[in-house]
Write a protein that binds this ligand. Structure first.
Ligand SMILES: [Zn+2]
Ligand SMILES: [Zn+2]
Length: 154
């Protein structure tokens, strides 16, 4: 029998699952916020309530970025604020390295650790802010194919 999934694999798999709900054509991102090994929130990059989805019309691209969507990390943090759940001391698992704006919000929300699977346009200033703030950053060695293969075996 295969070994149990590690916590890192489990939470990262959850973020990858969430990314499949993304409504943007450019990149599918998922984020899971975890406290004391419990999932407290999740998000993916998608449109504001009431706006069209990129996948139904097209992306709104300005300066090389789609500006239509709220990013996965922010959606996950907003879910916490909507339901009154503290993010202090939490860990966030994201499929891709967060952009500068998400990094700033993550730091300010009291999240203490970022685990990510893929490098993506890693912003130098974001990395500097993370260092200054003391937020831990870990790149997780994550293989979606291995997880899926294990699911199919059951
Ligand atoms: Zn888009
Ligand atoms: Zn972002």
């Amino acid at each position: 029998m295969d070994k149990r999934l590690s916590w890192d694999e489990y939470f990262m798999a959850q973020s990858h699952l969430l990314s499949l709900r993304s409504t943007c054509n450019r990149l599918s991102v998922g984020a899971t916020i975890v406290r004391d090994k419990r999932i407290i929130s999740g998000g993916y990059n998608g449109s504001i309530k009431g706006d069209e989805h990129c996948i139904d019309s097209e992306c709104k691209v300005i300066d090389g970025h789609c500006i239509r969507t709220i990013h996965a990390e922010i959606n996950a943090i907003l879910q916490c604020s909507k339901f009154g759940v503290s993010t202090e001391g939490a860990t966030i698992y994201v499929t891709h390295f967060p952009c500068l704006n998400c990094t700033k919000s993550i730091i300010q929300s009291g999240i203490k650790e970022i685990c990510y699977a893929n490098d993506y346009r890693n912003n130098e200033y974001a990395e500097e802010l993370l260092k200054k703030s003391g937020v831990k950053v870990r790149k997780i060695d994550y293989n979606n194919d291995l997880i899926i293969a294990r699911m199919l075996k059951q």
